[in-house]
Ligand binder design. Structure first.
Ligand code: NAD
Length: 487
């Protein structure tokens, strides 16, 4: 598809504008120009989408799980057939390079293949009973309508992470696309329809969080809410879901520590530091942002990290290392936080602000930034920035590194660079995080692995992997008693 100038909702298999006729602007992060207008949905649009999902869900639940999986496999084949087109859309609306967008699309396809096959499993348990002639088992059944709300950072991966597990379990879904990446979700809706997904099984509403996301969370016909986004919004969603006892999965922010020990391979560490801090313009929940470096190698590591960072190319093309951030609000927030840190005594080693030269004019480009000497309570140390900004901290030894790694309200991912098996294993055991990595980056999850955080990074749920089935399916206990005399 040519990049659409108008992006409608998908409700009941039909593309439709917002009921009020309103639209919102979507800007191209690469140059700040208006890319398209997007349906600005409100409560009535959300209600219509939930109603469509509610009507379609019983029929979808009656489709045998194996067949549901085969239909989702067809959707995945549709995505694969149009992967270049999808990658172009992802690249355009995020500003990331086509090569990175294509890799992300392939990640979504891998997840689709894994989850489509889950239709052939959806395992329950058979187990024992204390009572003679009684058998006991658990079966998985759908919950009803799933409300799915996603962030914009890796848009097609985010769509896939939620839509596939929700649908394979027999739920119908209403997906609230991120307002910064409407076209990716729209194109996925078209692919799903063309692949034969029945109308109403996947509905997509566009719009702002408060206007279209909040009504979805509050809707009493939505049995499960799955949210990927910031901790602040996640907390509000948790309150609303608690009040109406809806199931909720929260995949939230991070302020992830990256530890470099005195026995680390410093070149490998510096390479992974650059990728953890700056790939995807730092817009990863799993980005590394707090670099905790042993005193003994601090200067040597800093030099390598800064040197590599100075060589990074920022722009929207395949030869660039990373692109713009998603919008001007996020950009201004990170620039302001760096400025405040400087005011409090932090030193900027590289970058530090918006790129405004001819090549970057109008775009939302943040220079890759490394600071040091930030205080433990500075915003740059404690708050997630979701951009290409890294802070360096000196630590005395392993115990100090671990203490500082855990000194955060977040607990999503963490990594350590060391040649010591003892340090590596002790770190993976003691670090407060949902993901612990040795000698690589803070990011890099796989479709069959359960991802998620502790503390303020989530509510304990895990997506994807087979663990996501526990979010989107109800476990029903089934007991059957027989009378052998009647056999
Ligand atoms: P955000 O919380 O502002 O928005 C995320 C989504 O929620 C958007 O679709 C938005 O429209 C919607 N939303 C906003 N307010 C809402 C409300 N009151 N009710 C319902 N929906 C609402 O987040 P963002 O800044 O767009 O995304 C970045 C955040 O997402 C970061 O904190 C990042 O760490 C997190 N994230 C987490 C994961 C993970 O798996 N843990 C993955 C990617 C991103």
């Amino acid at each position: 598809m040519e990049f659409p100038t108008n992006i409608p909702n998908w409700i009941d298999g039909e593309a439709c504008p917002a009921l009020g006729g309103e639209t919102l602007p979507k800007l191209a992060p690469a140059d700040g120009t208006e890319l398209c207008r997007v349906a600005r949905s409100r409560v009535a649009d959300v209600r219509q989408a939930v109603e469509a999902a509610k009507r379609a869900q019983p029929g979808w639940a009656d489709v045998p799980p194996v067949k549901r999986g085969m239909i989702l496999h067809d959707v995945t084949l549709g995505l694969k057939a149009r992967r270049e087109e999808m990658a172009r859309v992802v690249a355009r609306e995020t500003g990331k390079s086509y090569a990175n967008a294509l890799a992300e699309t392939d990640g979504a396809i891998a997840l689709g293949i894994f989850y489509a096959s889950e239709g052939q499993r959806l395992y329950g348990r058979t187990t024992t009973s204390a009572t003679p002639n009684k058998s006991a088992m658990t079966v998985r059944e759908p919950l009803g309508v799933a409300g799915l709300i996603i962030a914009a950072n890796t848009p097609i991966a985010n769509v896939a992470w939620k839509v596939y597990p929700a649908l394979v379990c027999g739920n119908a879904a209403v997906l609230k696309a991120a307002e910064d990446t409407p076209a990716t979700a729209y194109l996925f809706g078209e692919i799903a329809r063309d692949a034969g997904l029945p109308a109403g099984v996947l509905n997509i509403v566009q719009g702002y969080g408060l206007e279209a996301g909040a009504p979805l969370v509050a809707d009493r016909d939505v049995a499960v809410v799955s949210f990927t986004g910031s901790t602040g919004v996640g907390r509000q969603i948790a309150v609303v879901c608690a009040e109406r006892l809806a199931r909720v999965s929260l995949e939230l922010g991070g302020k992830n520590p990256f530890v470099v020990c005195d026995d680390a391979d410093l070149d490998n560490a510096a390479q992974w530091a650059v990728l953890s801090a700056f790939s995807n313009a730092g817009q990863r929940c799993a980005a590394g942002s707090r670099f905790l470096v042993f005193d003994a190698v601090y200067d040597a590591f800093r030099e390598k990290f800064v040197e590599r960072t100075k060589g990074l190319k920022v722009g929207p093309n395949d030869e660039d290392d990373f692109g713009p951030v998603i919008n001007e609000r996020q950009l201004n927030n990170m620039v302001g936080t760096v400025e405040r840190a400087k005011g409090n005594g932090a030193r900027v080693l590289v970058g530090g602000g918006r790129l405004t030269d001819e090549a970057h004019r109008g775009g939302f480009y943040m220079a890759p930034t490394i600071v040091e000497n930030a205080g433990p309570d500075d915003d740059i140390t404690t708050k997630e920035l979701f951009g290409p900004v890294a802070s360096l901290y000196r630590v005395r030894d392993f115990a100090d590194a671990l203490a500082q790694a855990n000194d955060s309200e977040y607990g999503l991912t963490a990594c350590i660079h060391t040649r010591s098996l003892h340090r590596a294993l002790e770190f993976t055991r003691r670090v407060q995080a949902g993901v612990a990595v040795v000698n690589a980056g803070t990011f890099g999850s796989e479709p069959h692995m359960p991802f998620g955080g502790v503390k303020q990074s989530g509510n304990g749920s895990r997506e994807p992997g087979t663990e996501a089935l526990d979010i989107y399916a109800n476990l029903k206990d089934v007991y059957i008693s027989i009378d052998p005399a009647q056999a």
